[in-house]
Ligand binder design. Sequence first.
Ligand SMILES: [Fe+2]
Ligand SMILES: [Fe+2]
Length: 337
Amino acid sequence: MLRSEDLLASVLALEPPKSPLEPATAESIEAADHALRFWKSTDTGPLTPGSDAHKREVCRMFRETFNPYRPSVIDWPKLNPEERRRVTSLPIWDIAVHTEGRARLRFAAYAKSVSDPDVRAAIMLNAWEENRHKEVLAKLVEAYDIRLAKEPAFEVPRDPEWVYLLTGFSECIDSFFAFGLFELARRSGFFPVELVDTFEPVVQEECRHILLFANWLAWHRANLPWWWRIYFELRVVAVWIAIARERIGLAFSLDKGDASKQADSNFTASSASAMSADGIGVRDLLGLSLEENDRRFAGYDARLVRPTTMPTLAKFALFITKPWARKKAASRNRPKG
Ligand SMILES: [Fe+2]
Ligand SMILES: [Fe+2]
């Protein structure tokens, strides 16, 4: 029986595809950042989802876009008292640290169950990067003296594919909104520029993670026999229902005043209102997240599959709320008195 300690040991034992930049110069950091954001396959043929070429190039993309930064050398900027108050009072640090910690072990558990060596290595590298995100956040928490709730114990999943789907789709949702929120924080000056720059590679890595997940999903689906494919699609539906239930449950726990869950459930809403001086509407946040989603994916080979569920849902929500938004704008512009 696998233990969580064994899973963590296998994540930490991974040898990343590039060694850390030492000594890091402005040029080497710039080059690593460019490699993280822009990638085109040298294979000129079609990358049909499910084909060997598709799998090989997706895994190569993941290796070659690896950014070898080291969390321990991050120079956390000094914050003035107001900046510090704003950063430390954001209700996101518990959920962020716990989510990264859980994701690294869930990805590792699934990677261990995959027989294809390329796919296994890519998902294990993803687990390693989630561990690095956790380290970055741990350093930030330490630097700004943020208090965290106790981390819940990790239960090794009996069904690694289920938790991989659960975490993968959850990352697709969270990353989509994180793209918009991060840009909102940058534009509003909520975070000092140095802190935005420090976190930028982490946000782009999440974009890369969901790119890997979307392509794994397409490759996996295409290689299932039809009867197994039906079962798999039912599982995907069940995963989305589980995610919806989890998030609705958290929202209800807010009403009951469950402070321990408050940080999770109102993450997007409270962060959005905290990050802009004059508040931001849901439509504005959706629009900004869509723009940022397109911008962050634009640098990767167009033949790779993109995550589509969140952008499609966001476009649909913007479309159906258009008349309401128009009415609101008209009443705002109408002369008073
Ligand atoms: Fe992460
Ligand atoms: Fe991730």
